[in-house]
Design a protein. Structure first.
Length: 285
């Protein structure tokens, strides 16, 4: 890592610190450069490489680049025992999602099953298993059970890290996604009335998440990342709602929600998936 130390130090001395309090740079360059490296390592210690790779992979997946995301997740998992068990679970779920997005369903199932065996208390793995089943149109009863379990586990999710109103909004957004997923499963089970009620509940929660109170108009710290995540969640709920309505054979209404998902964020993966569905719906049968 520091093989170029003898090359970098003079550059640091001559370009970065031309003068400091009248003391010759040559005297200060070495200790300051060493201090900078130590500080950099100290900061990096708070963000282990596996976690950095996971965050990078999640961003790639969010923007519709699952193959690139897959490579990040695999690199992180390759670190083995250096990765804490809880982080391994999250990486396996993320990898399962990336494989699912590429249509590699058996590989995705293997990752998600492994994550389930290790234990996922967040509900994310259960939601991913539900979505994997729904995309294949198989075992909707199990998909329904997984969605319900995921929603139950997610109740103690990250919303607790924010102020009351923002925490409530984030919680409502997560629940809206689970209700839309339940609607999709119920539709495949032929339970039309229950499916419509689940769609209505999903959209009510989504509206509540997007509106909030006047105090929540200003995003908390890390606002841009939070707002981006909320757009992704809103697109996900609208896309799942559209898929539920497709399963109910209500193509026109499905197209409305696919259109909302696409207009909400045309660059995230659910916006892109919604565009694909709109294209298919517009093709002559």
């Amino acid at each position: 890592m520091f093989g170029d130390y003898d090359v970098l130090m003079p550059v640091f001395a001559n370009l970065v610190l031309p003068q400091l309090f009248g003391i010759p740079v040559a005297v200060l360059a070495l200790p300051l450069f060493t201090l900078a490296i130590i500080c950099g390592l100290w900061v990096a210690s708070f963000f282990p490489r596996a976690k950095m790779l996971r965050l990078k992979g999640m961003e790639l997946a969010r923007t519709g680049r699952p193959a690139e995301a897959e490579r990040c997740f695999c690199k992180a998992l390759a670190r083995g025992s250096k990765v804490p068990p809880a982080d391994q679970v999250r990486l396996l779920v993320c990898l399962g999602d990336a494989l699912m997005d590429q249509g590699r369903y058996p590989e995705s199932q293997h990752c998600l099953d492994t994550a389930m065996e290790l234990g996922d208390p967040t509900g994310g793995c259960q939601s991913s298993i539900a979505q994997l089943l729904l995309l294949q149109g198989i075992d909707p009863q199990k998909a329904l059970e997984m969605a319900e379990k995921g929603m139950e586990l997610s109740a103690s999710g990250p919303q607790g890290n924010y102020s009351h109103d923002w925490g409530e909004r984030i919680g409502n957004l997560a629940r809206s996604g689970f209700w839309a997923q339940k609607a999709w499963a119920l539709a495949l089970l032929g339970r039309q009335r229950d499916a419509h009620e689940a769609v209505e509940r999903a959209l009510q929660l989504l509206e509540s998440a997007q509106t909030g109170s006047p105090e929540s108009k200003t995003a908390p710290m890390f606002g841009p990342d939070l707002l981006s995540a909320m757009r992704l969640g809103a697109c996900e709920t609208e896309w799942r709602t559209g898929m539920a309505l497709l399963a109910l054979r209500e193509g026109d209404q499905a197209a409305v929600h696919f259109g909302i998902a696409y207009d909400t964020d045309r660059k995230n993966k659910y916006g892109l998936l919604a565009r694909q569905q709109l294209k298919q719906l517009s093709e002559p049968t």
